[in-house]
Ligand binder design. Sequence first.
Ligand code: NAP
Length: 325
Amino acid sequence: MLAIHIKNDENRSLYLAECPAPKYDRDDVLIKIHATAVNRADLLQRRGHYPPPPGASEILGLEAAGEIIAVGKNVAGWQAGDRVCCLLAGGGYAELVNCHCDMLLPIPANITFEQAAALPEAFYTAYANLFGEARLRAKEIVLIHAGASGVGTAAIQLARYAGALVIVTAGSEEKLSRCLELGANHAINYKSDDFVERVRKITNGLGVDVILDCIGASYLAQNLSLLKRKGRLVLIGLMGGATAEIDLALVLRQRLQVVGSVLRSRPLDEKIALTRHIRRKVLPLLRNGLFQVVIDNIFPLAEAGQAHAHVAANRNIGKVVLRVV
Ligand SMILES: NC(=O)c1ccc[n+]([C@@H]2O[C@H](COP(=O)([O-])OP(=O)(O)OC[C@H]3O[C@@H](n4cnc5c(N)ncnc54)[C@H](OP(=O)(O)O)[C@@H]3O)[C@@H](O)[C@H]2O)c1
């Protein structure tokens, strides 16, 4: 099969080349991939900073959509020809991938392969962190950083649907408008405004219950200062650095919770449980058009390098997709 490989040059250039097709186990299906999507983690893995967990494919790609072409002997309920999408621990930037059958999501008829490929990482991450880690409830206030990111666009819709008041930050007026269209109640341009001041004003000085943060160190002090008593900061990314000082007195006094969370290295049974939640709670809302998968751009798989450059330059609103066939 063809897949994207990483050259050992200064640029860590991406190129398309032949390699052996993946083997599929008795609980797996083999999928002919129609589309996959780019994640920030792919940019890190390409540079050698985010290695795949043991046993996972070395090929980039944390999600894919396509059709089943073969099923393992223990697989029930799925058959060749089914349109599916899935979260992967690797292997998406390719023509074929294997996937445990309990990790599959059926693609609703109104959703294209490109949309389906862009669904798993964004919606699993947002769902697992807003409702699993942060236990966000109706009427609470949530601050979502990088609101126009792939994860952010899913998180806005999920949080709003759950009845929370949603405040986002983003870096351009175009991104802010899109976040508001998706359901954010307030959108703050962190480049031209002090987001701490703005959040205080919006919340009448109360602060927020939950923060979904992918920035990390450079926002830590501001984030903690904005949390209400028993507030929860869920850290899902480190785009603003990994090392910072923390005011533990504030954490103690305000009874705050600071939680770190990753998806890729979670054990299979946790990912399967999450898949069931997504299938039950999120797919119906995508099927009836209440939620949307926000796609910024679609590149052919062979242009994965250009797609990465687009994401690295923070140009995307929502997801960048790679079309495989
Ligand atoms: N823990 C997990 O399981 C998990 C899973 C998936 C993703 N993630 C993380 O979630 C984050 C979003 O992922 P994604 O793929 O959805 O991202 P994305 O679509 O590539 O968007 C990221 C956006 O973050 C903003 N940004 C970048 N650097 C920044 C900085 N230093 N300070 C403030 N804002 C910055 C940029 O938007 P602006 O123009 O608004 O600045 C950029 O477009 C990433 O950190 C990713 O690693 C974590």
